[in-house]
Design a protein around this ligand. Structure first.
Ligand SMILES: Nc1ncnc2c1ncn2[C@@H]1O[C@H](COP(=O)(O)OP(=O)(O)OP(=O)(O)O)[C@@H](O)[C@H]1O
Ligand SMILES: [Mg+2]
Length: 422
């Protein structure tokens, strides 16, 4: 069973999900067994990026009854002469469009989620398809964003990336407050409360309605309508503890990346979702001909020789890694104190979140020196991710398992009637 499943998504297409997911999974596999699963079942991106022979893929899982671990492709030794990537494997998406394999329904989705939860690797990286439909959102963690990719070159993609955060939180809220939820057994007037809560959710989800701008305002309204309730507190914590992790692809300098990508991303997040989430920039990947050529030749940049030889990067000691991460993120040595659950501010204020992001970008930029090698970028991303994987709570980055609605409801309303954990 995997220690962690980490989806790489973007909402919009063509921003570099497959490039980031593939090289990130390769890089992670130098530290622990890692599998990449291609969930872009429409265009099967990974098989177009890693040109090795593939004997079995998701088609065999869905149509031929094979287990998912029987559909793993490993790199042949000619692709891995130094053995650096022996712990890497991938599950390819089907070759061509086959309607019920490409656009699978709820039953197939549940089967696939269960099979991913059983895959034999420490880390599983998911390369997601573009879009925000349930075949994307249902594979995302529900307490953090996984890795979001966006780029200064496609400003509209930054809004799609922040909409992923909204989609994850709304999926969870719709489940917790669905009309059949046990929540309504715990309130005075179940019928009126069901209507009230779902009306408020509709209003806040609808960006054309200006009455309730974001989830912070929704929570204030809900608390004043229903009074104190442990589930409301837990929902408030869900929003407060939500972690957003992002990577800037095709990076072209701090100022441009900040103005055209980070700023609209943070502003949209704050105004339509919440200003109470924690944002983490996991680094950037420079715009590089080597990356693009690698993709065109179906040999990812990390598997392409540099100066005629594959380069083995020294792994940094844990202490050094810790210092590097603290230096570039401005993390405090002491763990952060928990923020109060309620009340929350009623009007979004993106200024302080923006100042923190710019500060962290500048710090990262100043330590990089004049090297702009995409391999170093993937090293940095991997170091940051490993730090989170080993130091942060599992709910902060990725997910130990993909959960369906029933599991999410159970975590909020345990069968033994205990108050749900905060
Ligand atoms: N850092 C980069 N430098 C140069 N070219 C890049 C970089 N990242 C991605 N590309 C190129 O941009 C194109 C899109 O990249 P990629 O396929 O990874 O995006 P995607 O988000 O997975 O797209 P889709 O939504 O279609 O799955 C590819 O041609 C790729 O080679
Ligand atoms: Mg892709």
């Amino acid at each position: 069973m995997p220690k962690r499943i980490i989806p790489v998504s973007s909402g919009k297409g063509g921003v570099g999900k497959t490039t980031v997911a593939t090289n990130f999974a390769l890089s992670l596999s130098r530290y622990a067994p890692t599998l990449l699963v291609d969930l872009d079942t429409g265009t099967s991106s990974v098989r177009n990026t890693i040109g090795v022979p593939i004997e079995r893929d998701l088609y065999h899982f869905f149509r031929k009854g094979l287990r998912l671990d029987e559909c793993i492709t490993r790199l042949p030794s000619s692709w891995n002469p130094d053995g650096l990537y022996s712990d890497f494997g991938f599950v390819a998406a089907p070759l061509h469009l086959i309607e019920d394999v490409t656009n699978f329904g709820p039953e197939k989705k549940a089967r696939l989620c269960a099979a991913i939860n059983e895959l034999p690797a420490d880390y599983i990286v998911l390369d997601m398809k573009a879009g925000l439909d349930s075949n994307v959102v249902d594979f995302l963690p529900w307490s953090n964003s996984g890795i979001l990719v966006f780029t200064p070159h496609l400003p509209s993609a930054t809004l799609a990336a922040s909409d992923i955060v909204k989609a994850i939180l709304f999926r969870k809220l719709r489940i917790v407050f669905s009309p059949s939820s046990p929540f309504y057994n715990q309130v005075k007037d179940p019928r009126t409360t069901t209507l009230l809560v779902n009306d408020l959710l509709d209003e806040v989800e609808d960006v054309y309605e200006e009455g309730l701008p974001n989830l912070d305002a929704f929570l204030v309204d809900l608390a004043s309508a229903l009074g104190p309730h442990p589930v409301l507190e837990q929902v408030a914590r869900t929003v407060e503890h939500f972690r957003v992790h992002y990577v800037l692809n095709s990076f072209n300098g701090v100022e441009e990346a900040f103005d055209t990508a980070v700023k609209p991303f943070v502003e949209n997040l704050v105004s339509t979702v919440s200003e109470r989430m924690t944002l983490t920039n996991l680094g950037w990947i420079v715009k590089s001909d080597e990356i693009h050529l690698g993709n065109c030749r179906k040999r990812p940049v990390l598997l392409s020789p540099r100066d005629g030889h594959a380069v083995h990067h020294a792994t940094r000691g844990e202490k050094a890694l810790d210092a590097l991460i603290r230096e570039t993120t401005g993390l405090a040595i002491e763990p952060k104190k928990l923020k109060p659950v309620l009340p929350v501010p009623s009007r979004p204020d993106p200024e302080s979140a923006l100042a923190r992001e710019l500060d962290s970008l500048n710090r990262m930029y100043h330590r990089k020196g004049d090297r702009d090698d995409p391999r170093d970028n993937f090293d940095y991303l991997t170091a940051r991710a490993l730090h989170l994987l080993t130091h942060a709570r599992p709910s902060e980055f990725g997910t130990p398992r993909l959960c369906g609605p029933a599991e999410i409801l159970r975590s909020f309303f345990p069968a033994d009637g205990r108050t749900p954990p905060a």
